[in-house]
Write a protein that binds this ligand. Structure first.
Ligand code: HEC
Ligand code: HEC
Length: 244
């Protein structure tokens, strides 16, 4: 009985090995095409990062450091970028952005750098992370040239258009009736954050982050989805002068 089982086991292993060889041949033949596809998908997915990260090495940093050639780069090594203490600590511990470390960081940034200033929730989807990493490891000048020229806010800071406007305080007050059912004009925080007296840019950025799902909150997403640049600039102007 025992002997019979192990012979059966060998036979099974033989088949598995043959299948594995097949799979490897198949994968090799297809590897170029699938690399290219991952690159294209990753380029799309990079829209989740590009409000904060520039890829063009000539364009410097944004909210986050430039990510050109980031694969294989030691952490916190972009000159002139103000990294958090947490990121500088892991860097002095020798952290390098290998594919594996980047994959862990993108899954849950705070699990790798506990006090990171990167306010990004992380990506749960293994495939999405793999595609972004594939893209980052094969970025070509074409990729960032196309992105920088793209119309729309791709090359600009989130909410840049609204930030460059002069908000209308009276219009903002009018619009605020929709907000003050939840947020207190007194600035009290009763479970719902206080939003008075903020610098206008921070306020505008926060609303755009809800609008574009950088910050994930269904109610604020719904509320901001109908607000344009002018409305957001006016709300920022109104709320910033409250409580001062
Ligand atoms: C809301 C802005 C924001 C978003 C969105 C964001 N990042 Fe970041 N990222 C930062 C900031 C800020 C830092 C610096 C963190 C620190 O110093 O702790 C950073 C750091 C990094 C680093 C470390 C770089 C270095 O030089 O050590 C990598 C890698 C990175 N981000 C990749 C990504 C990727 C990939 C995405 C998209 C999936 C992304 N980030 C999305 C803001 C962002
Ligand atoms: C139904 C209740 C509700 C309404 C109405 C509402 N908010 Fe909010 N708002 C919230 C909650 C809850 C949060 C915290 C969300 C989170 O955890 O990110 C929030 C967060 C915010 C933040 C970020 C606060 C922070 O500390 O980062 C801003 C800014 C803001 N809201 C502005 C507005 C404006 C402007 C309006 C009106 C146009 C509005 N909200 C309407 C419930 C509401």
């Amino acid at each position: 009985m025992h002997a019979f089982r192990s012979i059966g086991g060998f036979a099974l292993m033989g088949r598995t090995a043959a299948l594995a060889v097949f799979a490897v041949l198949f994968v090799c033949a297809d590897v170029r095409a699938s690399d290219e596809e991952a690159h294209v998908r990753g380029r799309e997915l990079f829209s989740k990062c590009e409000r904060c990260h520039e890829l063009n090495p000539e364009r410097g940093n944004r909210i986050g450091p430039n990510l050109f050639n980031v694969i294989g780069r030691p952490a916190a090594s972009v000159e002139g970028f103000g990294y958090s203490q947490g990121m500088r600590d892991v860097a002095s511990g020798g952290l390098v952005w290998t594919r594996e470390n980047l994959d862990r960081f993108l899954t849950d940034p705070r699990s790798v750098v506990r006090r990171t200033s990167m306010s990004f929730r992380g990506l749960d989807d293994d495939g999405e992370r793999a595609d972004i990493i594939a893209f980052l490891s094969t970025v070509k000048p074409d990729d960032f040239a196309a992105r920088s020229d793209a119309d729309g806010p791709a090359g600009a800071e989130i909410g840049a258009a609204a930030m460059s406007m002069q908000g209308d305080t009276a219009y903002g007050e009018y619009l605020s009736t929709e907000c003050v059912t939840c947020h207190q004009t007194s600035g009290a925080d009763e479970g719902i954050p206080a939003i008075v007296g903020w610098p206008e840019e921070d306020f505008i950025r926060a609303l755009f982050e809800y609008k574009s799902n950088v910050r994930n909150h269904p109610v604020m997403k719904l509320i901001t989805s109908n607000l344009g640049d002018e409305e957001i600039a006016s709300l920022a102007a109104y709320f910033s002068q409250l409580g001062q």
